[in-house]
Write a protein that binds this ligand. Sequence first.
Ligand code: SF4
Ligand code: SF4
Length: 172
Amino acid sequence: MKDRPTLALLKRIVLLLWSAELWLRRALSRGWRRRYWDLLGECRACGCCCVEPSIHADPLTWHLPIVRWLLYRWQCQVNGMELQGQEDRSHDLIFLCTHYDPVSKRCDSYTTRPGMCRDYPRVLLGQPWPELFETCGYRVRARKSERLRAGIEATSLSPEAKAELRRKLRLD
Ligand code: SF4
Ligand code: SF4
């Protein structure tokens, strides 16, 4: 269901705060400075990342029931998401989004979508091996991989084998 004007305003205010906090956290975090991947391409609006959006819970949120409950309430009341399940190993919470239309593959409140939707798939860049959806228009490329690329070029492999190796290692 499309956001009401008051809800849209609240989401815009929260988005400003969220974006500032994210920028600061990434600027300060060693993990972000050490990221291994660049992001290339663009969104093709395939809708895959809207089917079951997930949120990675930090340790506080994962272990404290009251914090998790607050997160659920916020996601439900403000962002229109309903909890579907959780991944115990990765501490990911899986939602269904009521703004997503599976037929048109569109978001009915795209201009007021939450920060987590705007940040996808950049949020994956800190992972050792980011997994994107097959239909996603984005792709990742290994950073600072010039020496590895030069090493592959220097081998006696066929051009096809070199290209395959670069593809598998995400060097192109
Ligand atoms: S709010 Fe919109 S962009 Fe975000 S998951 Fe739902 S449908 Fe997708
Ligand atoms: S999976 Fe990728 S291409 Fe598809 S909607 Fe999400 S960001 Fe866009």
